[in-house]
Every structure is written in structure tokens, then in C-alpha cells.
Design a protein around this ligand. Structure first.
Ligand code: GLN
Length: 490
């Protein structure tokens, strides 16, 4: 069956353009119409730069006609989570406090995309300041899951995942501090990859927790994911935490996927967690698949993983309380109109500008860092973080990859979990360890529950071994047709 236009992958789009059966302008026009049709329900996009997108599309079509050299994503639309700066466009972080902030510069990922001919065309919904797992903390209301619009697309990069799943953008970028790329990718049935800490420049990404944040790609195919990852990776003089190491050509590496046979570690602690069979079965089937293909499956132990969530919530909130101190009502945007003196400007602007979850985190983090408690909480959490990292180092002495579920549940109903922060925090139980250890990890769609909700497994690799993730995912993808199934919409 022929793939419908909105669900074409970037590779298929390029092939059709080169064959003369599709133009970038026609594609962008169709996607703009689709956003107009679906966004009132799905609320993935906070804004679209239609005129600029069409202009860029025509310029790319012109380059193709004139047989000029094309960039790797020439004429392909890519939308961004709204915590990455695009010069001249609102950078809200889905927060009232930044509602009217227009950055005077662009993130490095934006410059790289544009240099490769990509069309950076839209800003995507997210949890406020990337704090959340359901998109419900957004000041602009939640994005919704294209498979069932009464459900959450996951978070915090919910808009990025939902836009790809709904055929509104072939590619998007998100950010992942504790699972915010992988969990929504799992809920929406698309690929989402968190690169190694330091692999991708964060210049122009609004910081949440600086020792954990990473930008990463969403796509509907492994090939597309590989292209986008190669493009955004690499050291950047503007980001001292980006790592000076070569970026492999991930797409070229994928040619070996059919014969890739890694030794896969399955951590028993992750499968002891109480989970519904509807989620576990497709993941067990994926493990069987690799085994049938001749990969060795080995049970391993990551004994400190159960400490990851509390550790994360000390470290992430501590870093957030410090990073968010810059939003003070003086610089950037929202300033309270009722403030009578300078102290009130700070208190009221922050009080009015931040949502409840963000305030909760600032208070938690400030407490964890306060004198008298610093050693008991922050220092202790740093020590546990080292234990978690050591667990992975030992595991990778014996296996090439680790395979786990991405999330303990499929997409839950909106407002089902947001009244209880602790339940919400447990959503990231399987994703957080990779952030604490700085490891690359990928969510691979692998099936559906009986209610037709996507399920995914997560692959985790040693530092800078993203190729292994992509190779194993590609091997799975080529032998399954899950990726050809799309939500029925509009
Ligand atoms: N859900 C986690 C949190 O709320 C992770 C967020 C993220 O990765 N940005 O902190």
C-alpha cells in the first residue's frame, strides 16, 4: 500500500523529489493544512512559521531544479520543542514567564539544520520548562496523543512525539533530562533517541538540569533518525560540555544492520517491576526476536537502578532551582503589574509566571541545596549517581547493549496522574538511569496493546556508541511492519 503524503519518511520524500513526483512546496503546503486540521485537537504546535517554511521549500525546489548540491535534509521540514532558540521566534518553554520572550539568536542545532537545507518550521508544545511526563504542565494546555486524543502523548517532549506520530512533521527535535524524548516516543509509537551526554551541542537550549539535559531526534524510521543524529552531533565551541570526538556517519553504519548480532543484557530489576502484561508481552517478543536471529541474550543486574528516581529528583531539582533563578522579572519577560518595590518584582513576577510543578521543583531543589541539608541530600545523591554509573560500566564489560521497557505503562488518560506528583515521577523509572550515567538510549516501537496503544522497548549503549542502538533498532524494524501502522486521524 502506498504511504500517504503526511507519513512519508524523509528518505521517501527525497526519493520522490528526485524522481520528480513531489516538491518540497507541495509537501509543506500539505503539512500546513494538516496542522490547521489537527492542531485544534492535538495541540502539538505552539506556532508555525508558514511563510518562511514555504519560502524555504521553494528555494530548495529551485536548488533541485538547478542541480545544485543539496544538503542532507534539503527541503525537509523539522519542528522543534519550544525550549530551543530560533532567532526572532517566541521561546516560551511553555511557560507564562517566557510567553513573550523572543531570542536574539538561534541554537546551534538550528544553525546546523539550516546549513543542511532543512526547513525549521514550527515550535512544539512541551511540559513547562520540560518538567513533567504528560505535557499537562504546559501553560498552553496539553498536547494530545494521536492514537487516542483522550490520552497523554507523554512528556515533556509530548508535542515533538505527537507531531511525528500524527504525520504533521517527518522529523522533530526534543530534549531529554530524565526520559522526555524516550517516554513520549514510546507513548506515540515513534523513534526517540537521547544521545550520549556531550554528543549534541546544547547552545540555545534553555537549561533545566545541566548535568542531564540532552537534545535528540524523533523520527518514523531508523534511517531518518540516523541522518538527523549525524547532522546535529559534534563538538561546538559555544558549548563547553559538548565532547570533542568524531561523529560517525550513522547512516552508512546502518548498511550492516542485517547481520548485526549484539550480545544483549536484560536487567532483571527492570522486569521485576509490576507491569501490565499488555506492555510486557510485545517487549518479551522483541527479546525473542533477537534471540531467534542468533543474538546472545544475557540476564544482568543493575542493582542500584531502584535508587534512580529519588536520586534524579534531588539532582534535577537542585540544578533547576539554580538554572531558573535567571527568570526574575527583570530580564526576559513576565513582570508583575502589581509589584510595589523591587522585592515584590521578584516575588510576584516569579509567583505569577511559573506554574505549580515548576514552583514545586524550585522549592525542592532549593531545600536540597540549603546549608545543613546539602550533604544529606545533594552530596548523597551524587554518590548514588556514581554507583548507578558503575553498574552500567560493569554490565557493559559483558554485553554490547542493554534492553529494557521504555515506560511501565502505555499512554495514560489526561488528568489521570497529574494530581499525584509521585505517580507521575515513577513514569521515568526506566529512562532516568541512562541520564544519570550519561549514556545514549533509544526507544523502539515494538507493538500495541489490545486497546491499540503503542508499546516500546528501550536500548541503552555505552558512551558514544549510538551506532549500536541504531543497528539493533534497524534490524528489528526491517523484520516487523509496526512502523507502517499509523493513527487514524482527521
Ligand atoms: N519527566 C521527568 C521530569 O519531569 C523528565 C523530564 C525531562 O526529561 N525533561 O523531570
Amino acid at each position: 500500500m502506498e504511504t500517504e503524503l503526511p507519513f512519508l519518511t524523509a528518505h521517501e520524500i527525497q526519493a520522490r523529489r528526485k524522481a520528480g513526483s513531489l516538491t518540497s512546496e507541495a509537501l509543506v503546503t500539505a503539512l500546513l493544512e494538516r496542522v490547521q486540521l489537527l492542531n485544534p485537537t492535538l495541540n502539538c504546535f505552539l506556532g508555525v512559521d508558514a511563510e518562511h517554511a514555504l519560502e524555504q521549500a521553494r528555494a530548495s525546489d529551485e536548488r533541485l531544479r538547478n542541480q545544485q548540491t543539496l544538503g542532507v535534509l534539503d527541503g525537509i521540514p523539522v519542528a522543534l520543542k519550544n525550549n530551543m532558540a530560533i532567532e526572532g521566534q517566541p521561546l516560551t518553554c511553555a511557560s507564562r514567564i517566557l510567553e513573550h520572550f523572543i531570542p536574539p539568536y538561534s541554537a546551534t542545532v538550528v544553525d546546523k539544520l539550516r546549513a543542511a537545507g532543512a526547513i525549521v518550521w514550527g515550535r512544539l508544545n512541551m511540559d513547562e520548562f520540560a518538567m513533567g511526563s504528560s505535557n499537562e504542565t504546559s501553560y498552553f494546555g496539553p498536547a494530545r496523543n494521536p492514537w487516542d486524543s483522550t490520552r497523554s502523548p507523554g512528556g515533556s517532549s509530548g508535542g515533538s512525539a505527537a507531531a511525528v506520530a500524527a504525520g504533521m512533521s517527518p522529523l522533530t527535535l526534543g530534549s531529554d533530562t530524565g526520559g522526555s524524548i524516550r517516554q513520549p516516543a514510546s507513548f506515540c509509537g515513534v523513534y526517540g533517541l537521547k544521545p550520549t551526554y556531550g554528543r549534541v551541542s546544547r547552545y540555545g537550549l534553555v537549561a533545566f538540569a545541566s548535568s542531564l539535559d540532552q537534545i535528540g531526534p524523533f523520527a518514523r524510521s531508523v534511517d531518518d533518525l540516523a541522518v538527523l543524529l549525524s547532522l546535529i552531533s559534534g563538538v561546538d565551541p559555544k558549548d563547553s560540555s559538548s565532547f570533542p570526538t568524531d561523529v560517525p556517519d550513522y547512516s552508512a553504519a546502518l548498511k550492516e544492520a542485517d547481520s548485526y548480532c549484539p550480545c544483549i543484557g536484560v536487567p532483571k530489576e527492570y522486569f521485576d517491576y509490576p507491569m501490565d502484561d499488555a506492555v510486557l508481552q510485545p517487549i518479551r517478543d522483541a527479546i525473542d526476536f533477537y534471540q531467534r536471529k542468533g543474538c546472545e541474550i544475557r540476564e544482568i543486574s543493575l542493582p542500584n537502578s531502584s535508587l534512580a528516581v529519588p536520586t534524579y529528583y534531588i539532582l534535577a531539582t537542585a540544578e533547576a532551582s539554580s538554572n531558573l533563578a535567571r527568570f526574575d522579572g527583570i530580564r526576559y519577560t513576565h513582570r508583575s503589574e502589581s509589584a510595589q518595590d523591587v522585592m515584590e518584582v521578584y516575588f510576584k513576577s516569579r509567583g505569577e509566571g511559573f506554574g505549580e510543578e515548576v514552583k514545586r521543583r524550585i522549592i525542592l531543589g532549593t531545600f536540597a541545596l540549603s546549608s545543613g541539608y546539602h550533604d544529606a541530600y545533594y552530596l548523597k545523591a551524587q554518590q548514588v549517581r556514581t554507583l548507578i554509573r558503575n553498574d552500567f560500566n560493569s554490565a557493559f564489560e559483558g554485553v554490547d547493549l542493554v534492553l529494557t521497557p521504555t515506560a511501565p505503562t502505555p499512554a495514560f488518560r489526561l488528568s489521570e496522574q497529574c494530581t499525584d506528583p509521585l505517580t507521575m515521577y515513577l513514569n521515568d523509572i526506566f529512562t532516568i538511569p541512562a541520564n544519570l550515567a550519561g549514556l545514549p538510549a533509544l526507544s523502539v516501537p515494538c507493538g500495541f496493546t489490545p486497546e491499540n496503544l503503542p508499546v516500546a522497548f528501550q536500548l541503552i549503549a555505552p558512551h558514544f556508541e549510538e551506532s549500536r542502538l541504531l543497528l539493533a533498532a534497524k534490524r528489528f524494524e526491517s523484520n516487523h511492519d509496526i512502523h507502517a501502522t499509523h493513527p487514524r486521524l482527521g
